[in-house]
Write a protein that binds this ligand. Structure first.
Ligand code: UDP
Length: 411
């Protein structure tokens, strides 16, 4: 179903939408082109799927292109991704050369036609080489936690990043020493998408039945790509500790992403770790399982996001919006979303996750209060309408590169 801006009035109010339209007037004549490395799977694709059509609703011609790459390229960029998150990885000259060759190939095939070109994450970062030839305004939007990167990869990336007009990070903790302006724009969720819209109790029950989950016993859930940085084995360890005291179930559900070649191996590790326990449900979800994910989260008792490193972790806001308390790793953007003891609990270890989960299972009133708090926190900070406004501000600021103050309202 087509998305209409007016539909968001019921959630954020008429004034908020009117304000968006007023700001959009100022940048309506610009084309905004987004470029990333996958059309499905992961948070960036999730964001662009919703943001691009709504920018169109605001009268801004927004487009989205995806770079191409072979298996070797995505193996390399996954190693970069892990290394930028601070994980030790061996980075060879050959890898850097292949990255550059892949960039050249994409420069030959991509139509870089935006007035403003937003390049997401490291995979397509090299496209900036085209700026010398075509000009335009270029933004590098980094969705990952680069606060303590492997220096080899960062030193390779930084000369590229410094050629952009501006950079965007999800939170101040990730800011780097760069020659260009840095904007802080956290991601967002769409409250009207299939992933987040309200569902009937019957629909929720049907999906729980389909996945053979028992709604009469507590369900602990983590929705994530099968990625070691999401710590699925740590979640299983936490569940095993909880299971000593509570007859609960664990759901680990997630799919893959074409730009993440490690998914299959990690899924096998998780399946092996879960094999002996019929109450651990490991589900490989196909792309576009949004309604089912929505129902699975709504049917859960506690949601977990026990990441070891995290850019933002959209799954946290998705759960909080559904009034579920979240137990999450004290890392990256999870810290923006889980206000410890208010919207959920921040933890460092499987033991901590188990302790906090048991505290929540023991106390339905606490779950409810945290759920309400979480919903409000997301409403105030992490909805798509706020994100749209940040994009409009960003486009406008790029037109005034040397001004400290930019006036948004025109008299
Ligand atoms: N997601 C999904 N299907 C899956 C697993 C995850 O649609 O099988 C979605 C999830 O609901 C969220 C996004 O993918 O919207 C993941 O974003 P997040 O920021 O949590 O993590 P990332 O994968 O980008 O590291």
């Amino acid at each position: 179903m087509a998305i209409r801006l007016q539909d968001y009035e019921q959630i954020v109010g008429r004034e908020e939408i009117a304000e968006l339209s007023a700001f959009a007037e100022r940048v309506r004549n610009k084309r905004l082109q987004n470029i990333n490395s996958t059309a499905v799977g992961g948070g960036v694709a999730e964001i662009l799927t919703r943001l691009v059509p709504l920018l169109g609703e605001l009268g801004i011609e927004a487009t989205w292109d995806v770079i191409k790459g072979d298996q070797a390229f995505f193996n390399i960029t996954k190693a970069f991704h892990n290394a930028l998150h601070g994980h030790p990885e061996e980075i060879t000259r050959e890898m850097l050369d292949h990255f550059q060759a892949n960039t050249e190939a994409n420069l030959g095939s991509l139509d870089l036609n935006g007035d403003v070109i937003v390049v997401h994450d490291p995979q397509p970062a090299g496209l900036i080489l085209k700026k010398k030839e075509i000009g335009r305004r270029w933004i590098w939007r980094c969705h990952i936690d680069v606060s303590s990167p492997n220096p080899e990869v960062w030193n390779f990336l930084r000369p590229l990043v410094d050629q952009y007009d501006a950079s965007v990070f999800s939170m101040p903790d990730f800011a780097r020493d760069l020659a260009i302006p840095q904007y802080m724009v956290p991601p967002s969720i769409d409250p009207l998408s299939d992933k987040n819209k309200p569902l009937s109790q019957d629909t929720i029950q049907d999906v729980l039945d389909k996945y053979e989950l028992d709604s009469t016993r507590p369900i602990l859930t983590q929705i994530s790509r099968f990625d070691r940085l999401k710590d699925p084995l740590g979640v299983i360890a936490a569940y095993r500790l909880v299971k000593r005291n509570y007859d609960c179930q664990l759901l680990l559900a997630g799919g893959g992403a074409p730009d993440d070649p490690e998914g299959e191996v990690v899924l096998r590790e998780v399946q092996e770790a879960a094999a002996s326990d019929p109450d651990i449900h490991v589900c490989l979800l196909p792309p576009f399982s949004d309604l089912e994910i929505n129902a699975l989260v709504r049917g859960s008792t506690v949601v977990m996001q026990k990441s070891i490193k995290e850019g933002f972790g959209l799954t946290v806001s998705e759960a909080l919006w559904k009034k579920k308390p979240v137990v999450g790793g004290r890392v990256g953007g999870i810290k923006l979303q889980i206000l410890n003891g208010v919207t959920g609990f921040l933890v460092h270890s499987p033991e901590g996750a188990a302790r906090r989960t048991m505290q929540l299972l023991a106390n339905p009133g606490l779950r409810q209060t945290m759920g309400e708090n979480g919903h409000l926190h997301v409403k105030q900070n992490f909805l798509l309408t706020r994100h749209l406004k940040d994009y409009l501000f960003l486009m406008l600021s790029l037109d005034h590169p040397d001004e400290d103050i930019v006036q948004f309202y025109q008299a």
